[in-house]
Design a protein. Structure first.
Length: 328
């Protein structure tokens, strides 16, 4: 890189980027946000003005610039692979919204491309970069609830406006790829990489040809079970509960806590109920910092990121293969 700071371009004006990721990029001391691109010139100008950077019309125009070292890609899910590949071929480091790709094979291809060109490629999967999950694992390792027997996790949101991209299967990908990967990733994080799919049910809406919600049952080879729920037709939930031989541990706001949120770990045993209040943490800033450090030098974290992305894509595919699809 020719600059002492990592020069970022933003490919797309998605809401998650505007609310959370771009402010985290701007706040990082080793990053300059140089330009924001949109296919709509007026939208690009409006958002670039708000962040004090240059507006660019069109994604290709952004990737052609020599004053950009890395790109953040928050376009809809089904467009990720196209633009990640284009950015890597132009020699840009890439931070892309989750999931990196819809299939294991495509995920592996993009990771191999990034490695072959010496570029950083990371999913913007911020939730596990919050310190609350390390605190959960510490309690589990110390035997706070005895031996782990099962995990229950849920991430559900209320219905969106009719035109929301989540309802466009060839663009937004539906509830499994956009929302279901949160509890799936939590199960991988807590229970490990050898999860087997016992069964799944997906509610598929005929009118818009899209999955609205689902339930998934997983197990480890030792019989520790994960019961997962997700969807975009429910009241809001973002939580998981671990059940052990001597108690249970519950974490609320597990996936999308605000930076000011003080996480609460509720540990319930036969005769006691203990609540641990944890410090607030900035998961977006944590991931952005790790990306910036990885672009400067090998921090030893990229291989783990890539392995997790492949495991996640593989699990999503196996869930889809095993699922009973219920039309609605």
């Amino acid at each position: 890189m020719s600059s002492s700071r990592l020069r970022f371009g933003v490919l797309g004006a998605a809401d998650i980027g505007l609310r959370r990721t771009i402010p985290a990029l701007i706040a990082d001391p080793d990053i300059d946000v140089t330009a924001i691109a949109s296919r709509d010139a007026a939208k690009a100008a409006r958002f670039a003005e708000g962040f004090g950077c240059e507006a660019v019309t069109g994604y290709d125009a952004l990737l052609s610039r020599d004053d950009i070292d890395a790109v953040y890609i928050p376009v809809p899910v089904m467009l990720h692979t196209e633009w990640v590949e284009a950015a890597l071929l132009r020699g840009k480091h890439v931070l892309v919204e989750k999931p990196l790709a819809a299939t294991r094979s495509r995920t592996e291809e993009l990771i191999d491309l990034a490695r072959s060109r010496g570029l950083v490629l990371m999913e913007n999967f911020t939730s596990l970069h919050h310190a609350q999950h390390a605190a959960v694992m510490k309690q589990l390792d110390e035997g706070a609830i005895g031996e782990l027997r099962s995990l229950s996790a849920a991430f559900t949101i209320p219905p969106k406006a009719e035109g929301d991209i989540r309802y466009q299967p060839d663009v937004g990908g539906g509830a499994l790829l956009d929302i279901g990967i949160y509890p799936l990733r939590a199960a991988l994080h807590i229970l490990g990489p050898e999860l087997q799919v016992v069964g799944a049910v997906l509610r598929h809406e005929r009118r818009r040809d899209v999955v609205l919600s689902g339930h998934v049952l997983l197990t480890t080879p030792q019989g520790v079970v994960a019961d997962l729920a997700f969807g975009m037709e429910h009241a809001y939930r973002a939580e998981y509960t671990l059940y052990g031989t001597t108690g249970r541990l519950r974490l609320d706001r597990a996936f999308t806590p605000p930076e000011t949120h003080l996480p609460r770990l509720e540990i319930t045993r036969q005769d006691t109920n203990e609540v641990l209040t944890l410090p607030a943490d900035a998961q977006f800033a944590n991931l952005v910092r790790q990306f910036a450090l990885s672009a400067r030098r090998d921090t030893g974290q990229l291989a783990r990121h890539h392995a997790d992305a492949v495991l996640q894509a593989d699990l999503v595919e196996r869930v889809m293969d095993a699922a009973r699809v219920c039309p609605c």
